[in-house]
Design a protein around this ligand. Structure first.
Ligand code: UDP
Ligand code: MG
Length: 348
């Protein structure tokens, strides 16, 4: 097995994608083989604790396509964590992350590489110029989500750019070094400020199988994204509390004066309205606070975002160590800058 750095790693997080895998291979392999990379490439398939036949399909695939590398997580850790696992494992000089379901067309990869060369960019975002294949609900919520994020990050995050992107080794190392748990890679990357470029593409329909993101997952991702990119919501809570307090003072003074002048009995309706209104605001502020405290707590717990169960590349290395004679020459002949073994366990 070759220990020198590869030209390209393609990281594909997958969870129960047995149906789409053959279609993915049929489209991805010709593209990657066609690149004719002298230093070679790898396809890092991160099996995010799939419970269907994904693992078996990957094993078969690995025999047919030697560039396939399987990194299996012990249990389902979620799309972003699986992506983190893939980025940590990747050996390539450049890394492309892509969804398994063919919503991101693999044919765009050569264009990304060309743009990275031409513009000397560390990151080339895949930007969706057409989401007509997504449902109305997904499109509308996504637009609202990117609008909020855009406001919070003063536009540094690119709208309509998901997790289809090319990254340089330097950028991947920087992302791997980020300590935050629950990080949302697509917003962590622009925040690092590396030179960027973009390639537009049309978001396709899912090749096969079902979407893994339910409404609940989308809410989770949104909250992680917002608390990850900005603490502005905390300030919103403060401002709302401040203006709410002023309103309460005005309302209090008005009612006392009204009572003294008109001798009116204060109404039940206004009391209920004010009490419930302020309770709602308080709960909202508490909730926002809780989000950040939760994140801080997770950070302190320092539990790993994911745990790698097995990595076919490392298993290959171990097999070589057990029988060193066959490959000893290639190992010593090629001392490389990055030939040390990747960590099998990343506590991030
Ligand atoms: N995915 C994953 N772990 C999960 C959920 C999803 O690795 O817990 C993968 C999934 O297999 C796919 C990518 O993340 O390759 C995007 O998921 P999906 O297509 O379901 O999301 P959507 O396109 O609806 O945003
Ligand atoms: Mg999808």
């Amino acid at each position: 097995m070759d220990l020198s750095p590869l030209a390209l790693s393609v990281v594909v997080p997958m969870y129960n994608e047995e149906a789409v895998l053959p279609l993915l291979v049929a489209r991805l392999r010709p593209v990657l083989d066609g690149l004719d990379l002298a230093a070679g490439y790898e396809v890092v398939c991160v099996d995010d604790g799939s419970t269907d036949l994904t693992a078996a399909v990957l094993e078969r695939l690995r025999r047919e396509w030697p560039e396939v590398r399987v990194v299996r997580l012990r249990m389902n850790a979620g799309h972003q964590a699986a992506l983190s696992a893939g980025l940590a494992a990747a050996r390539g000089d450049r890394v492309v992350s892509i969804d398994a379901d063919l919503q991101d067309p693999p044919e765009v990869i050569p264009e990304m590489l060309a743009v990275a060369d031409e513009q000397d960019a560390d990151v080339v975002y895949g930007v969706r110029n057409d989401r007509s294949t997504d449902t109305w609900f997904k499109r509308t919520t996504a637009t609202a989500f990117y609008w909020v994020i855009g406001r919070l990050t003063q536009g540094s995050a690119r709208s309509q750019s998901g997790d289809f992107r090319l990254m340089s080794r330097a950028l991947v190392d920087a992302v791997n070094g980020l300590p935050e748990p629950g990080r949302v890679i697509r917003f962590a990357v622009p925040a690092l400020g590396f030179p960027s470029a973009a390639v537009e593409y049309r978001r396709e329909r899912r090749g096969a199988g079902k979407a893994k993101y339910g409404l609940f997952d989308m809410v989770h991702l949104s909250l992680d994204s917002i608390t990850g990119v900005s603490t502005a919501p905390l300030r919103v809570a403060t401002f709302v509390g401040f203006f709410g307090g002023m309103l309460a003072v005005v309302a209090g003074v008005t009612s006392v004066v009204a009572h003294l002048v008109d001798r009116t009995m204060p109404g039940w309706t206004s009391t209920v309205a004010i009490v419930s209104g302020f309770s709602a605001l308080q709960l909202l502020s508490l909730g926002i606070l809780g989000e950040y405290i939760g994140r801080t707590y997770q950070y302190l717990q320092n539990r790993p975002t994911y745990v790698v169960d097995r990595d076919s590349y490392l298993e290959g290395l171990e097999a070589e160590e057990a029988a060193p004679t066959a490959v000893a020459a290639t190992k010593t002949d090629e001392p490389t800058g990055r030939s040390q073994r990747p960590r099998t366990f990343l506590s991030s």
